[in-house]
Design a protein around this ligand. Structure first.
Ligand code: ADP
Ligand code: ZN
Length: 761
């Protein structure tokens, strides 16, 4: 017999909360289980917690009682709880923060406190108390406490309300909102019996071999990670689908994670066609209620396959036997705020805990993943040929420097100044030879994809007389011109203002757009080739729900001749009519202050090039660049991933950058520049002293900085950072863990710890 578990350690899914101990009432003792949601009293409120441990004894003197269990089964199974603990340790985040990220928002039920006015309030004579009362009166005598708190920022509303309540002027009611119905509990049949689409083709021998290796592991059971390195159009998705079918025949479920679901409706179609009625979907564009109902559908075992974006790595799938991460190199697997985790990396950790197979698929694997193959941690599987023996597209480079010289000679200064009124002042956007190919492709009734990784009409406005550049008032970046909307906008904080020619500095009508974006490409093309059906896909044209998908569908059906877009257009679509791809200003991403700049450029351009020639006609790719000799472009043209890997490795190894070293970025931000800088300096000094005292830190760790972040100011907060570099992960994390204690608590200053950072802008 077990001792009765009379106490439970409970975590409230919220960043600032530590685990708390509660008593389990006798009526709940048989029911309570790890990973279960419970309602608990917290201060004056009722809130939701997750049981992470049950205890026979209470180490503390007293404990409040759990009110009730919210579900008849745990919302997090043992595997996910283990993953939560690991995530908290590795990313140096509280368990509360991890659970807040893992669980859908609707999992949290909380009571709402409402202030209700009573008759007599004549005795209140303090000013704030009066103001608060007035506010309540204006709201017809009833107002939620949260609304009041928002209306009086900086005031201790709880204390004021306490006084008012004591004086008998108000009462505070505490009520739990009604629980929304959880879908999927009973209504849905276990499985719908729609026929699966028949298999249409024979696997290529490479696909066959890949499936053989993966299938062997699925059948045997146990943890193994495969890196499926397959060139674009080599049929990776088909390997995933058949591996899922194998897992399914053994009664195991599968998880597919993709960078962005709305960009890959085709993949979703293919999974749905193969496993009709058995697919669960999770992504950020869903409403909270939709996500919550999917979540329960999945927990109850009503689906065989779950497909989702980054956060689906936490999907509560029973009997999970296969995890697939598509486009595993994609930077959108890295969450850049709150809990800064990497979904790809957590997928591997989850597979390890569950003893199951993991497939990471990519045409351009992340260096980290490829090194893991070299070091024997992952099994490398290659698909070197496209399906149906289709050739890889021919990639050519157009040197924009020479193009520019040509235009320079041809145009005299005055006409260039005139042109600058309607176009940006800089270089030719579309080279003559690309435009010629574009017209030919159109005449042949084929589709053309044009990639430029910058949205808007122009990158910024600059005064041609005094040189003034229009910047965001809240961020240290320039404002982008959006000509159709007639606005200047900040792509970081979304600040907007009407556009103008008037220079705010010298008061002349002399502001000129500089640096082209996708809107300008679209406009230019419409003037140049009016007969073509042209559309643009970037965040400006796909704001509305479903608009992105609608655009991709039109593109798939061949209703568009030319699609212009940002990196949104580079991912995953398989459209057979595309035979020409152009990448304009292909070196934009090479110039970012980021050690992954070359890798990202290589990946991005390989992806976009890979959209070409996926049908019966061969594909062609034109890369316009100012840096034709850069090794990333040379290896791109040669379709030589291994060559790129070798060259890039040399530089990473020399500087101890990942994958040959580990990084933790510590970023401080706050409203006052001087305070942020001073704290950053103090943090650096504290860490260096710690390093000095400890041999392993001295040997293993480098502390770089502090320095202002490349984007020094963002949303009116100043930013400084410190980069920690280590040879191995464990000592580096041990070291970084000390950072929080070295920063004095301050209401305005925030420290963000980013383990394995991606963006250091
Ligand atoms: P990748 O993900 O590697 O870019 P896909 O899996 O999207 O490639 O495959 C490209 C196209 O080829 C798809 O339309 C797919 O249906 C088709 N395909 C996959 N495998 C085969 C095969 N063995 N024979 C013929 N067509 C195939
Ligand atoms: Zn801004």
């Amino acid at each position: 017999m077990h001792e009765p578990q009379k106490f439970a350690r409970v975590v409230i899914p919220s960043p600032l909360r530590q685990p708390l101990i509660y008593a389990v009432p006798a009526s709940l003792q048989a029911q309570i289980a790890l990973g279960m949601r419970v309602l608990i009293p917290l201060q004056k409120r009722i809130t939701t917690g997750i049981v992470i441990e049950t205890l026979a004894e209470n180490p503390l003197a007293s404990a409040k009682e759990i009110f009730t269990a919210l579900d008849d089964q745990p919302i997090l199974d043992a595997g996910l709880l283990k993953l939560a603990h690991w995530t908290s340790q590795y990313y140096l985040a509280s368990l509360g923060e991890v659970l807040a990220t893992m669980l859908p928002p609707n999992s949290r039920r909380e009571s709402k406190r409402t202030v209700v006015l009573k008759a007599d309030h004549s005795s209140i004579n303090d000013e704030l108390g009066q103001k608060v009362l007035q506010e309540i009166v204006q709201r017809k005598g009833k107002i939620p406490v949260t609304t009041l708190t928002r209306q009086f920022p900086g005031e201790n509303i709880d204390r004021v309300l306490g006084r008012l309540e004591a004086a008998g002027a108000i009462v505070i009611e505490d009520r739990l909102a009604k629980q929304r119905r959880k879908a999927g509990a009973s209504a849905e049949p276990k499985e719908t019996s729609i026929d699966a689409e028949p298999l249409r083709f024979q696997l290529t021998s490479e696909q066959e071999a890949a499936l053989g290796a993966i299938g062997k592991r699925i059948t045997q059971g146990g943890f193994e990670t495969f890196l499926l390195h397959g060139v674009t159009g080599s049929g990776k998705t088909e390997v995933y689908l058949r591996a899922i079918a194998q897992a399914r025949s053994l009664g195991r479920r599968s998880l597919i994670i993709v960078p962005e679901i709305s960009l890959t409706p085709q993949l979703l179609d293919r999974v749905n066609a193969r496993f009709p009625g058995k697919v669960g979907v999770l992504h950020s564009a869903m409403t909270a209620a939709e996500r919550w109902s999917q979540w329960w559908r999945i927990i109850r075992g009503n689906v065989a396959v779950v497909i989702g974006a980054r956060s689906a790595v936490f999907a509560p799938i029973p009997d999970l036997g296969l995890i697939i991460v598509d486009e595993e190199h994609d930077s959108s697997y890295k969450q850049e705020d709150g809990l800064r985790y990497n979904g790809r990396d957590l997928a591997v950790v989850r597979g390890k805990f569950l003893h199951c197979a993991v497939i990471l698929g990519s045409a351009t694997p992340a260096l980290e993943s490829y090194v893991n193959c070299r070091q024997g941690r992952y099994q490398l599987i290659e698909l070197n040929q496209r399906v149906e023996e289709r050739p890889m597209p021919a990639i050519e480079v157009i040197d924009l420097r020479q193009q520019f010289r040509k235009t320079d000679a041809a145009t005299d200064a005055r006409s260039r100044a005139n042109a600058a009124r309607t176009k940006t002042a800089d270089r030719p956007l579309l080279s003559e030879s690309f435009v010629r190919l574009l017209r030919q492709n159109l005449a042949a009734k084929h589709q053309t994809l044009i990639f430029l990784n910058r949205r808007g009409f122009a990158n910024f406005l600059q005064c041609t007389l005094c040189g003034h550049v229009w910047r965001c008032s809240y961020c240290s970046v320039t404002l982008t011109l959006h000509l159709k909307l007639k606005i200047l906008t900040c792509h970081h904080c979304d600040y907007r203002r009407p556009t103008t020619n008037l220079c705010p500095e010298c008061k002349n009508e002399s502001l000129t757009p500089v640096g082209a974006g996708t809107e300008q490409v679209e406009t230019t093309l419409q003037q140049l080739i009016p007969e073509a059906r042209i559309a643009r896909m970037d965040r400006d044209t796909t704001g509305k729900r479903g608009s992105q998908e609608a655009l991709i569908r039109r593109w798939e059906r061949g209703e568009l001749d030319i699609l212009v877009g940002t990196q949104m257009i580079t991912k995953g679509h398989d459209v057979s009519g595309v035979t020409l791809v152009g990448a304009l200003l292909a070196d934009l991403s090479l110039n970012l202050p980021d050690f992954r700049a070359a890798e990202r450029t290589f990946q991005l351009l390989s992806q976009v090039a890979g959209r070409s020639g996926r049908g019966d006609d061969p594909g062609r790719v034109i890369i316009q660049t100012y840096a034709p000799d850069h090794y990333a472009l040379e290896f791109l043209i040669a379709h030589d991933y291994k060559g790129f890997f070798a060259a890039e490795s040399e530089f990473r190894r020399a500087l101890n950058y990942p994958p040959y070293g580990r990084l933790v970025n510590l970023r401080l931000d706050g409203p006052k520049m001087a305070e942020v800088e001073q704290r950053a300096q103090a943090l650096a000094a504290g860490l260096r002293e710690l390093q000095h005292r400890t041999a392993i830190f001295r040997e293993q760790i480098e502390v770089l900085g502090p320095a202002p972040a490349p984007i020094e100011k963002l949303r009116n907060r100043f930013r400084w950072q410190l980069l920690l570099k280590g040879k191995q992960s464990a000592p580096l994390l041990d070291f970084a863990r000390h950072a929080r204690a070295l920063i004095p608590r301050s209401p305005s200053l925030r420290l963000h710890i980013d383990v394995d950072p991606y963006s250091m802008l």
